[in-house]
Design a protein around this ligand. Structure first.
Ligand SMILES: NC(=O)c1ccc[n+]([C@@H]2O[C@H](COP(=O)([O-])OP(=O)(O)OC[C@H]3O[C@@H](n4cnc5c(N)ncnc54)[C@H](O)[C@@H]3O)[C@@H](O)[C@H]2O)c1
Length: 359
């Protein structure tokens, strides 16, 4: 490493890049943004200049052949960003990519094979796992499980009704050009048992939203791949309803919704025989906010508490970027690895098989 910093590239100059990831990676002392790839060349130039990025490439393949770049972050179309990640892994670059990794088990396995064939590693952007409040909730759940003081976990729920995820974000300074954006076809990446166009659109909508919630529930319960789908009761369009899982021996429920709401309506609660831990997620794009965590411990000496994480500026997306840089430099495992998210990919195929009655 030339100056001790991770030499990074970035692919894509769209909404997430400009509003979230480029500002975050730019603010991290442990890395330097050295290269940028964007298919729309004039947009690429504007964004490279704004963030002081020296090298500009027309595609991710050109960026992948830059020998000075060690790691790359990607935010592009939801079906193609995994393919971009696989190309970068094959070129030996460590990759951070936006979620979802893949639309189907088949696509996911292809991407994982690219990772496993070399030495580079892939992290997937489940930023809620890096929210300091959510991490505090998980530590509390872990310690209650370890010491048995509240009995066993009996029930977990993630209430994911969505809402206003951008919270009035000021996008007036976003850079744009009149260059047309290339279409990014996603239908070929659907599971092969989804043949109906409308079902495909509904699957993608539900996957895009609720993969976060399923991923977070698994994290809170340390369930890994020990998850089965028990029951699915969704509206025909797949946007609202409940999914019941068994996660590491605990019943866990996704309460899926789509609410026209001025705020962000999401919380996760894990019940024990003698208490609960409850984390309320903040709206996604408000920096320096984190999940609020409350606990209740029962018994004669019952108590309630509000837990506060030590970081004052802990924003899920910034902590996620820090985790990527730190883990690549230290060789530590990612808390949202490609291998781990294969469980989310499998579960969404299973949920929609139940939902559509496909054997
Ligand atoms: N974590 C979250 O909560 C969250 C929220 C919103 C979006 N996302 C994910 O972020 C991803 C990106 O969303 P967005 O709104 O920023 O997309 P976008 O369409 O605004 O931007 C993508 C950019 O990538 C460029 N691009 C595509 N392929 C390229 C290639 N091969 N080489 C160079 N440039 C290329 C496009 O020209 C475009 O400018 C989506 O997959 C979405 O699922 C995640």
């Amino acid at each position: 490493v030339p100056d001790g910093r991770l030499q990074m590239g970035y692919v894509g100059c769209g909404f997430m890049a400009q509003n979230v990831h480029l500002p975050n990676f730019s603010s991290i002392a442990g890395c330097r943004l050295l290269g940028l790839a964007e298919r729309r060349p004039r947009l690429g130039r504007l964004v490279a200049d704004r963030f002081g990025i020296e090298r500009l490439y027309p595609t991710h393949e050109d960026l992948a052949s830059d020998p000075d770049i060690q790691a790359v972050a990607v935010s592009a179309g939801f079906a193609e960003q995994g393919e971009i990640a696989a190309d970068l892994l094959r070129a030996g670059k460590h990759v951070f990519m936006e979620k979802p990794m893949a639309l189907s088990i088949a696509q996911g396995e292809r991407i994982l094979a690219a990772e496993e064939a070399g030495d580079a590693r892939l992290m997937v952007g489940y930023m809620k796992r890096y929210d300091p409040g959510n991490r505090l909730a998980r530590e509390t759940i872990r310690s209650w499980r370890a010491d048995g003081s509240r009995g066993r976990p009996t029930y977990a729920r993630n209430h994911g009704f969505c809402g206003n995820w951008t919270s009035g974000l000021d996008t007036s300074t976003m850079l744009g050009t009149d260059e047309p954006q290339e279409a990014s076809p996603w239908a070929p990446e659907l599971p092969d048992w989804i043949t109906d166009k409308t079902a495909g659109e509904q699957y993608v909508w539900a996957l895009q939203q609720f993969t976060h919630n399923v991923n977070l529930l698994r994290f809170m319960l340390d369930a890994g791949d020990d998850v089965q789908v028990r029951a699915v009761d969704l509206d025909p369009d797949g946007q609202r309803g409940v999914v019941v899982f068994e996660m590491a021996g605990t019943r866990a429920v996704l309460e899926a919704g789509a609410l026209d709401y001025h705020d962000w309506d999401e919380h996760t609660q894990v019940y024990f025989e003698g208490g609960w831990v409850h984390a309320f997620s903040p709206p996604l794009l408000v920096p320096s906010t984190q999940a609020r965590v409350e606990t209740y411990a029962g018994g004669d000496q019952y108590s309630t508490a509000t837990l506060v994480a030590p970081q004052r500026d802990g924003w899920a997306f910034r902590e996620e970027a820090r985790h990527f840089v730190r883990s690549v430099l230290d060789g530590a495992e990612f808390d949202s690895s490609a291998r781990d998210t294969m469980t989310d990919v499998r579960l969404f195929e299973e949920i929609f098989r139940h939902h559509l009655g496909v054997a």
